[in-house]
Every structure is written in structure tokens, then in C-alpha cells.
Design a protein. Structure first.
Ligand SMILES: C[S@@+](CC[C@H](N)C(=O)[O-])C[C@H]1O[C@@H](n2cnc3c(N)ncnc32)[C@H](O)[C@@H]1O
Length: 255
């Protein structure tokens, strides 16, 4: 996926807020073996590592572009490897804490994914996950509608991205069925105030637009982005633009 750390980093404060909420759910213990799935630029893996006494943290991410900057955050007890979450799930390694901030939404079928991720834990281990649950917002609906129109529909072979994200009750049930205790699952609106529609388009181009741009031929990438921006400009003429961003946070202990 062509992730762009520069675009992603533009909205750092907004993107960091749910990470700090996740930290409030973390059971701090000494000497934890931790994996951060989809660690991105590694900046938050570093904050996590700094927060935990004497932990060993491994951040993995599929994107070489995102990991490029991670070198600067490496420290004793904190390493990064380029690997997909799917590959990591096939490994035998077990962890005291499986952490993932804003990454699991890119993997399909959460009914089986979440149990597999929980399977990475040692007995007594903790799962700590944050997933954006904003897929029904106008910004996302507009992408799907545009992708269903020509010439994009043919170029994409009729493909649009269906969000795999479940409702909070379903996640709570999965955690319970797998023997989770101290279960916390909630959805929170993060109130983002953006300068204007252009800033909103910028935000989305750092995430939700990516899979479409990746699949479209070169000559349609620019027009797709242009059409998308135009629709946002028509809908959000005001300044600032209020963007209520929903995210799901979950934590549980297993075994
Ligand atoms: C929104 S960023 C979050 C990065 C970081 N966790 C943070 O909070 O700043 C999502 C990250 O997930 C990674 N990602 C998406 N699908 C992945 C997969 N299947 N395996 C590994 N990483 C993946 C992307 O490369 C990207 O760096």
C-alpha cells in the first residue's frame, strides 16, 4: 500500500489522542514482551516502550515507506521489522501484550481475525486495540459512491472497499467467548476541527483513499482525487469543518 508518512503525520495530535486513551487501559507490568501490529512510523511504539518498565517491544509493519522513519525511534528493547500482520499471525511467537493502534481495520474478517490475534497472547496476556469506526461518515460514503461511477467502476472492476469493522457489541462478544476478562470495549467520537474541506480531503488522502489510488491506473488517480475533493468542497463550504471521528477501543486479559 503506498502509505505516505508525511501526509499521515500532518494530523499528529488528532491521530495520537486515541493512543493515549488506549494507554489508560494498559496493565503495566515489568519485563513485558510486546508486539505492536501495524506500527507505522514507530513513533507511538516508542511512546509505548517508554511507558513500560524494562519491556521488549517489536513493531511490525508491511510498509517500507512507513518504517523508514522508525529507525530514529529505535532504542534498547524496541525494534522494528517489515512484516505483514498476516505473516506474523503464522509465527509461533507469543506475547504478554498485543497492541495495535489504527491498523487492524485494513485486515478483513474480524470475526476470525480478532481470535487469531488473541491467539498470539501468552496466558495472562493483554489485548489492546484501537480501530477507526468511521466508515459510515460522508467522507467514506463519498469514496464508495465515486468508485461505483464511471470511469472508475470499470477501472476498479466494480471493486469498492467494504469496511470489516464490527459494532462494539460484536467485539465484546468475541472477547467474552474467547475467555476474556476485564473486558472494555467502547466507541468514542474524537472531535476534529479542520481548517476547511481541503484539510478534510487531506486527512482522508492519508488513509481511506489509499486502497483506491493503489488500484486505479495512473491516468485516473488524479481525476479520482480531484472529483473526491470537489464533492467535499460542495458539502463542506464552512470554515472550520467539524469532523466527528469515531473510533473503537478494546482491551481484555486472556488466560
Ligand atoms: C493508520 S496507520 C497506523 C500506524 C501506527 N500504528 C500509528 O498509530 O501511528 C496504519 C498502518 O498499518 C499498516 N498496515 C496496514 N495493513 C497492514 C498489514 N496487513 N500488515 C502490516 N501492516 C499493515 C500500514 O502500513 C500503516 O503503517
Amino acid at each position: 500500500m503506498p502509505w505516505n508518512p508525511e501526509v499521515y503525520n500532518k494530523f499528529k495530535a488528532e491521530r495520537f489522542a486515541p493512543f493515549y486513551d488506549l494507554l489508560t487501559l494498559l496493565k503495566v507490568r515489568q519485563d513485558l514482551q510486546v508486539i505492536d501490529l501495524g506500527c507505522g512510523t514507530g513513533e507511538l511504539s516508542r511512546k509505548l516502550a517508554d511507558y513500560l518498565p524494562n519491556a521488549n517491544v517489536l513493531g511490525i509493519d508491511a510498509s517500507a515507506e512507513m518504517l523508514q522513519g522508525a529507525v530514529e525511534f529505535e532504542a534498547e528493547g524496541l525494534n522494528f521489522e517489515q512484516r505483514s500482520i498476516e505473516q506474523q499471525l503464522k509465527e509461533d511467537s507469543r506475547w504478554d501484550l498485543v497492541f495495535s493502534n489504527a491498523a487492524l481495520q485494513w485486515l478483513q474478517n474480524h470475526e476470525t481475525l480478532i481470535p487469531s490475534v488473541i491467539g498470539m497472547l501468552k496466558p495472562g496476556g493483554q489485548l489492546l486495540v484501537q480501530i477507526p469506526s468511521n466508515h459510515d461518515h460522508f467522507t467514506h460514503e463519498t469514496i464508495r459512491n465515486l468508485a461505483a461511477q464511471e470511469p472508475y467502476c470499470s477501472a476498479l472492476n466494480g471493486w469498492t472497499r467494504i469496511s470489516p469493522v464490527l459494532n462494539i457489541e460484536s467485539y465484546a462478544k468475541i472477547l467474552f467467548d474467547l475467555g476474556g476478562s476485564e473486558i472494555t470495549v467502547f466507541e468514542k467520537v474524537y472531535p476534529h476541527v479542520l481548517k476547511d474541506a481541503a484539510a478534510l480531503a487531506d486527512w482522508v488522502s492519508g488513509t481511506a483513499l489509499i486502497p483506491y489510488l493503489e488500484k486505479l491506473p495512473e491516468e485516473l488517480k488524479k481525476t479520482f482525487t480531484g472529483h473526491y475533493q470537489m464533492q467535499l468542497y460542495q458539502r463542506f463550504r464552512e470554515s472550520p469543518v467539524f469532523y466527528p471521528f469515531k473510533r473503537t477501543l478494546m482491551a481484555a486479559v486472556f488466560g
